[in-house]
Design a protein around this ligand. Structure first.
Ligand code: MRU
Length: 364
């Protein structure tokens, strides 16, 4: 996607081959800053501290992290150590495990002398694959949007509600849930997005809003608690979110608060779609409650960072100093609340049969 007229992806190898460059998402929306990852430890830190985030981008960054490790030491021990380090960076998004397994399968059989070049080639290929997958998700999602818009008589904009950031910043390019929004907007369909702020880290208010503004897509940021009200008043035509892990029977684990939106959507008859690239499917799990839920630092709840009117960044306390906070980062939305899964191979019901019909080669 473009930033100030220049095409960007979220991660790319630096031209001199000495680092991978990323967009530091902790600085957005107030500053657009790129930064270099020179070592595997840098990549691990970028994932853990959420300079990069979003399930597909976490996977891509891990792949580049393995390359950075192999540049320094391509021994079996170093390969295992890189795998171990990166895998522990964040527990919920299964793309991390998937990308690391792919890198291990690619590099393991090779002589150490061949590993660094092969790792770079494979990381670049995985990044390209992610961009292509998300573009396809956008096309399939656009068909869903068109149908929904026709159903409302093509009157007014199609009002779409999304949670967290499942845009191009969460992937290598295009995004998952936002890909159909970009495709619809680019095709001339009037679309308007309700952007959940997504406490505590505000990926909606900071990142989704920044992306949509940048692309010119009409939107409003709303507090997380507004969605139910908007749905009851008929101001939402469909919801679409991303997912960090989807089980073989279609349970969906995504940013905390997604479940509540799905409950409200079911109560009000608003279709609730989830967009996902197939590497986000965990074929080893059936039940969403078996997905590990990341617990993050209490400070993300008790404090908030923003820009003052004077232009400086400031972090302020929100809660009484003595109040402890809990910070589960993800929740599970059961398949029964999901209208459809939008994948790179098409749209299917959130069920064992639905996923198996699209991915017969993987489900086995
Ligand atoms: O904690 P984050 O910001 O990594 O969480 C991201 C999400 O929950 C996204 O919705 C999910 O990764 C899908 S992104 C294409």
């Amino acid at each position: 996607m473009r930033v100030q007229g220049e095409a960007y992806r979220t991660i790319w190898p630096r031209a001199d081959g000495a680092a991978a460059t990323i967009i530091d998402q902790t600085k957005l929306p107030h500053a657009f800053v790129t930064t270099d990852l020179g070592t595997c430890a840098d990549a691990e830190h970028a994932i853990r501290a959420m300079l990069v985030r979003g399930a597909p981008l976490i996977g891509a960054t891990a792949a580049f992290g393995v390359w950075l490790a192999m540049r320094r030491d391509a021994s079996d021990t170093a390969l295992d150590e890189a795998h171990r380090l990166l895998l522990a960076a964040r527990p919920t998004a299964v793309n991390l495990r998937w990308a690391l397994a792919d890198m291990a399968a690619t590099l393991g059989p090779l002589a150490p002398s061949a590993r660094a070049d092969a790792a770079l080639a494979r990381a670049v290929a995985l990044a390209d694959e992610d961009a292509a997958i998300n573009a396809a998700i956008g096309d399939h999602g656009l068909a869903v949007f068109r149908e929904r818009w026709r159903a409302k008589g093509e009157r007014g904009p199609l009002n779409v509600l999304t949670h967290c950031n499942a845009g191009w910043l969460a992937t290598v390019d295009w995004g998952t849930a936002l890909a159909p929004i970009y495709k619809a907007f680019d095709a001339g369909m009037p679309v308007h997005v309700w952007v959940d702020e997504t406490r505590p880290r505000n990926q909606g208010a900071a990142l989704t809003a920044w992306e949509l503004l940048n692309h010119g897509v009409p939107h409003h940021v709303v507090v997380d608690n507004a969605g139910g009200h908007l749905m009851r008043r008929g101001q939402v035509d469909l919801c679409i979110t991303g997912t960090d892990r989807t089980t073989a029977k279609g349970d969906v684990c995504n940013k905390i608060g997604t479940y509540l939106k799905a409950v409200a959507a079911a109560d009000t008859g608003v279709p609730f779609y989830v967009a996902l690239p197939s590497p986000t499917i965990d074929w080893t799990l059936d039940d969403g409650d078996d997905i590990p839920i990341e617990e993050r630092a209490a400070e993300e709840v008790t404090r908030v960072t923003g820009r003052t009117d004077g232009g400086a960044l400031a972090t302020v306390a929100l809660t009484p100093a003595g109040s402890p906070a809990a910070n589960p980062a993800f929740d599970v939305t059961p398949a029964r609340l999901v209208t459809g899964l939008v994948t790179e191979r098409g749209v299917c019901p959130a069920s064992t049969e639905g996923l198996a019909a699209l991915f017969a080669d993987r489900a086995a």
